[in-house]
Design a protein around this ligand. Sequence first.
Ligand code: UDP
Ligand code: MN
Length: 249
Amino acid sequence: MSASYAILHIIIPFRATTQPERRGQLETLLACFQRDLPEARVLVVEQGCARAFNRGALLNIGVSVARCSDIDSVCTQDVDMLPHADLIPEYTRELDPGTVRHIAGGWNRYTQPCPRKSVGGIQRNFLGGVVMLKHEHFRAVNGYPNDFWGWGGEDDELRDRLVLHGLEVETSAGGITDLENNGSGLTRNQKLKYLKKTKQRCPNKKELRRWHRTHPSEQGLAQVQWQVMDTLEYYPNCTQYTVNIVEPC
Ligand code: UDP
Ligand code: MN
């Protein structure tokens, strides 16, 4: 077992109120981690407050809660991204200096041609799903922004922060199942329309992106505030924190 394996923290942003199917996805993912990565520390950060889902703030809270003397790398992990056996070693392989690993980079959403939002026909720019980085790098870029309430934008902001700090993004090869696609039967466009209609999309993403461009890394990990409302142990290395995100953040 490598040294980094014991101190990898996997952070899962989670809430199953407006999207109840997230509960089953969490059970499937945790069964995988308990079986295949039993020594990784897994933190589920459940949003306890009712406002639109805030993935960036929850991931920052997870990293803050995980902070302890031996934290080495952190992996931000969506609940619906189930790694196949060939991807598991990517969670434990040492990161090369100055690099960040896009573990979900082989997922077909990122590799399928998309003429509208792409570089050379491929969506090479997206940095969602599962991303692993050194804790020191996450701190250096001040993590994710905290002010994207609703779907979209926070992952683009993280990518910009990493690029500004001169970090390289490497992409993992390996299989991944999108658990979301198994249940809802919605295409991506249908999903985005549905999120908009139900006010689950970030309404001011463009303005926020503009603000952050002129205030790089000013608002993020160091500014996030929260209260822990509840904790729950799923298995010895896996704890859920239910948190209230304290505004403004
Ligand atoms: N998420 C959640 N509950 C919600 C919304 C989002 O648990 O109501 C979490 C979950 O981990 C999910 C991640 O946020 O995988 C990203 O959201 P989503 O899957 O909708 O993003 P996409 O796959 O479209 O990038
Ligand atoms: Mn998803």
